[in-house]
Design a protein around this ligand. Structure first.
Ligand code: NDP
Length: 234
């Protein structure tokens, strides 16, 4: 598939920032969604004219819809959606604030569902498109202190597995990447595990994985890719 325009959620820092820079350096147009406009603007400066900032909260369908319409009008068809926006809290579930549980599900799961639902009519009409989800190893197995987070990331995989079958006849391909620990502000700041392991995946390595996927032909479908740092591989 000939790919030009890519929507990337959670573009303003961490894994999203690395993906945005890698893709822009390689000639793709990246339309980055996030809430913090200062961080988005500094990302745009690193994008050599190929990164465009959209202040979009993925929990707000109206904001997503408006951004898609603007991109399609001003830049042409959106070829790829990367659902990367996410928040995290590592905590015993019985202590977790109810509102925080809602925020995690709203951002990580409902945000991905909304962004995907609203892009699909465009992709189905053109009979092509790719969707890449950044889930987590927490979406593939249970990890203590990650009950709500893990539920949201299991949900992304459930979404992807069901949807992939629905949209296969329309030429829309879906891949889910499940990283282990990645050295980003999320992991440095909020993970109870970051003191335990001294070797982590770099955000640039996730960006390499995304770039690799985008370079594969439509005949090759990667359903799920799991990326562990070596010492988490068990
Ligand atoms: P960061 O906290 O470093 O970055 C998260 C990004 O998501 C920011 O750009 C943030 O921007 C954006 N974001 C958060 N909430 C929203 C929202 N409501 N609407 C739009 N954007 C939002 O996290 P990482 O880079 O580490 O994580 C990226 C993804 O990778 C997440 O889905 C995470 O769960 C997943 N992941 C991370 C791992 C890790 O160890 N770091 C391991 C496995 C998976 P802003 O605040 O400006 O909105």
């Amino acid at each position: 598939m000939n790919i030009k325009n890519i929507v990337l959620t959670g573009a303003s820092r961490g894994i999203g920032e690395s993906i945005a820079i890698k893709l822009a350096e390689n000639g793709f147009n990246v339309f980055g969604f996030a809430r913090n406009s200062d961080r988005l603007n500094s990302l745009v400066k690193k994008g050599q004219g190929r990164i465009f900032a959209y202040q979009v909260d993925v929990t707000k369908p109206d904001q997503i819809r408006k951004a898609y319409e603007e991109i399609e009008t001003n830049h042409g068809p959106i070829d790829v959606l990367i659902n990367n926006a996410g928040i995290y809290q590592g905590i015993e579930f019985y202590k977790q604030d109810i509102n925080r549980i809602s925020n995690i599900i709203d951002t990580n799961l409902k945000g991905a569902l909304f962004c995907t639902r609203l892009i699909l009519p465009y992709m189905i009409e053109r009979k092509k498109g790719r969707i890449i989800n950044i889930s987590s190893v927490s979406g593939t197995r249970g990890i203590p202190l990650e009950v709500a987070y893990g539920a949201s990331k299991h949900g992304m995989i459930g979404m992807a597995d069901a949807l992939a079958q629905e949209v296969k006849p329309y030429g829309v391909l879906i891949t889910t990447i499940c990283p282990g620990a990645v050295d980003t502000p999320l992991w440095q700041g909020d993970s109870p595990y970051h003191g335990d392991i001294n070797e982590v995946t770099k955000p640039e390595e996730i960006a390499e994985c995304v770039f690799y996927l985008l370079n594969q032909s439509d005949r090759t479908i990667f359903k799920r890719i799991i990326l562990f740092p070596r010492n988490e591989w068990h």
